[in-house]
Design a protein around this ligand. Structure first.
Ligand code: CTP
Length: 402
């Protein structure tokens, strides 16, 4: 458990006979140098006393949501915020259902809801409960949101039956914790340039042409690359978002400005991720004084001309080895369009995005995408943009390691 050292691990323990195994897990995590904060449901505390965990972790165990010492500082969400990883183990069928539906009625559920750290869930229950369609639907819902669910193992159960339902081995849980914590440095020493948001093409000093991009995807990628240890430069069109901490952010307006800003970074860039929705056209003329209605009459015509293709410019000017990623937003067959774009523009990867599928695309917090590369097409389920970003970063790291 090498990567747990110095990290803040929240261990959320819920009411199953397997609770006793978490005593050993918390001991191992502490030995590895982690700060382990145990949170228990009331029923978990019926199996093993909080005192046992407290003695091993040297920290008070939290149970009741509003009895926490530091509720003044919004203690019920503080733990989720502080966590580097949240591990829910053992997770009962009841807890899976509550997490899948976003409950916030006790500290375990609230911690999972309030965290932006990776969440690992290790279920343990009687075989029929595990196999029940309701439980499986809850597991799928959690997985689709990026939760890592470690399937239980098959063996003798407390009920006397033999079947799937036994809590995964501590070794598997430890490996998952390691992966969640350590996925984190795969881009160490790399410079990743990310573009985000729309571009804004001025007609006159007050009017412009733009598009519906919110910038959420690009910002999420910048944050994920930072979390993976990269130096990150975010070149962003106008958005309403707060730039991620620890990321150098360059605001730009037009496609031309964005091109200059990206090209300036190419001598050092290891990867360029073009998540921005660059306007394809700009007004031919940009007048410097406001156009007046009395001069325009009852119709206004804006002649537009093509903007430079940033991806083409980047591919032409990149140094060998710089990975270039494009995005293909489509209302139709996004993956075949993405394949065409991959070849035509000589990209390393295209993220194909169906902007009209329900819950996905512009402005949404979720996205349904496919990664299209020379390796083939990898279709992902509907995921949070932060999770899409994390997976894209993993893909990028794999590519750079070749
Ligand atoms: N892009 C670019 N330069 C432009 C326009 C877009 O580099 N002038 C990049 C975007 O950042 C994004 C991808 O190209 O990564 C989006 O491609 P898209 O505009 O969908 O491709 P087109 O081939 O222009 O598709 P369409 O003709 O349907 O607009």
């Amino acid at each position: 458990m090498s990567r747990a050292g110095g990290r803040f691990v929240v261990l959320a323990v819920t009411g199953s006979i397997a609770v006793y195994k978490m005593v050993e897990l918390s001991r191992r995590l502490v030995q590895a140098g982690a700060t382990v904060q145990v949170v228990m449901t009331k029923s978990a505390a019926e199996f093993v006393t909080p005192l046992t965990f407290q003695a091993l972790t040297h920290r008070p165990v939290e149970i009741e949501m509003f009895a926490m010492q530091d509720e003044r500082a919004a203690g019920h969400v503080a733990m989720g915020r502080q966590a580097d990883v949240v591990v829910v183990a053992p997770a009962t069928a009841h807890v899976l259902a509550r997490l899948a539906h976003g409950f916030s009625d006790d500290l375990v559920a609230t911690t999972v809801l309030a965290t932006s750290a990776p969440v690992i869930v290790a279920p343990a229950m009687e075989t029929h409960m595990w196999q029940n369609a309701a439980t499986q639907a809850n597991v799928s819902a959690l997985r689709a949101r990026g939760v890592l669910v470690i399937d239980p193992e098959t063996g003798p159960l407390a009920s006397g039956d033999i079947g799937p339902g036994r809590l995964a081995s501590l070794e598997r849980i430890e490996a998952a914790i390691d992966e969640a914590l350590g996925g984190s440095q795969v881009l160490a020493g790399r410079l990743v340039v990310v573009t985000a948001g729309p571009t804004l093409e001025a007609i006159d000093p007050v009017r412009f042409v733009s598009n519906r991009s919110s910038g959420k995807m690009g910002y999420a990628i910048a944050a994920a690359a930072r979390d993976a240890g990269a130096e990150v430069i975010l070149i962003t069109g106008p958005t309403a978002l707060v730039p991620p901490a620890g990321v150098r952010t360059f605001p730009v307006e037009s496609a031309d400005d964005m091109k200059d800003a990206v090209v300036a970074q190419l001598p050092r860039a290891d990867a360029v991720i073009m998540a921005a929705a660059v306007a394809d056209y700009r007004p031919v003329e940009r007048v410097t004084t406001k156009l007046k209605k009395k001069d325009l009459g009852n119709e206004m015509t804006v002649r537009m001309t093509e903007n430079p293709d940033l991806l083409k410019a980047i591919v032409a000017a990149r140094r060998p080895g710089t990975v270039v990623v494009g995005f293909k937003a489509e209302t139709g067959d996004a993956t075949s369009e993405a394949g065409r774009m991959l070849r035509d523009k000589q990209l390393d990867l295209v993220v194909a995005n169906d902007v009209v599928s329900p819950g996905s695309g512009f402005g949404s917090d979720d996205d349904q995408v496919a990664f299209v590369s020379a390796d083939g097409i990898e279709t992902l389920p509907l995921l949070k943009k932060s999770e899409v970003a994390r997976r894209l970063v993993a893909k990028l790291a794999e590519r750079l390691a070749r």
